[in-house]
Design a protein. Structure first.
Length: 279
């Protein structure tokens, strides 16, 4: 073999070796990883590159059912009497043959000379303000003296408003000037007109009586059962009548016309209503 042929053979082998080496190196390298998509966002006035992330799927959460609004406790307050009495008569109860005067004139303060209808409205407005501040809904049968409302009509106002409690505010009177004390009137268990409301009325009366008695500053006489009062007999909602004290007792009459005393007394009545609502 000539030296020329040997040269060409060596050159060919060299080319083949280099080709194989390049092929081996190219296949040995890893494929490049997928690069994240980059976009620019403005943050704090400077440009910052952030990798875009795929949004996380949001699972819709079940919405809570709306709750019905809590019914407010409705108190109907009846300031007893009015400027002018109405001496016409009306049935003492639904279907009754016995009749009573529609609305009498009330008593008068022995020391102050104040008519009862004025005191009753003063106390009722104080009581209503306290109850409203405590979240009660308050309805009045009257807010002025110049009305003509019979006792049946007053009970019907409480019925029409679906009151949870009907409170009649009065002051007492006696031929004995030494008689005194706070008391509550409600119907008895034998009253044919108030069977449906007897128990609730009694509970309301007992709660208020206990609250007033608890203060130790007011003489408390207790509960009297009366089945002859049209203002209670026509009520279809729990109903009581409060006798705040005797205007024919000089000291008690003066107390009831004292703003601080009356405010405190109505606060105690409100405390009793609070206790009644818990029952």
């Amino acid at each position: 073999m000539t030296s020329k042929k040997l040269f060409f053979i060596l050159v060919g082998l060299g080319v083949l070796f280099v080709s194989l080496l390049v092929f081996y190196i190219n296949n040995k390298q890893e494929a490049p990883k997928e690069q994240p998509i980059v976009k620019k966002t403005e943050q704090g006035g400077q440009t910052k590159n952030t990798a875009e992330k795929k949004p996380t799927p949001v699972t819709e959460q079940p919405q809570p059912k709306s709750q019905p609004a809590k019914k407010s406790f409705v108190v109907c307050i009846d300031p007893g009497h009015q400027r002018k009495a109405d001496l016409a008569t009306e049935p003492v109860g639904p279907g009754a043959r016995t009749e009573k005067i529609k609305v009498t004139g009330g008593t008068t303060g022995l020391s102050t000379g104040k008519p009862e209808y004025i005191l009753n409205l003063e106390a009722s407005l104080i009581l209503g303000k306290i109850l409203k501040q405590r979240g009660y809904e308050v309805v009045y049968t009257r807010t002025t003296h110049d009305v003509n409302l019979s006792n049946i009509q007053r009970a019907e106002i409480a019925n029409q408003h679906h009151a949870d409690l009907f409170i009649r505010i009065h002051a007492d009177g006696s031929t004995n000037r030494n008689t005194s004390g706070f008391s509550i009137l409600t119907t008895s268990s034998k009253n044919p007109y108030t069977q449906a409301i007897y128990q609730d009325s009694l509970q309301a009366g007992e709660s208020i009586l206990a609250a007033v008695k608890g203060s130790g500053e007011t003489k408390v006489n207790g509960i009297s059962y009366r089945d002859d009062m049209s203002g209670l007999n026509w009520a279809k909602v729990p109903a009581i009548l409060i006798e705040m004290g005797f205007m024919t007792n000089p000291k008690e009459d003066q107390n009831l016309s004292n703003g601080d005393y009356l405010q405190k007394l109505m606060m105690e009545v409100s405390d009793g209503i609070d206790e009644y609502t818990k029952q």
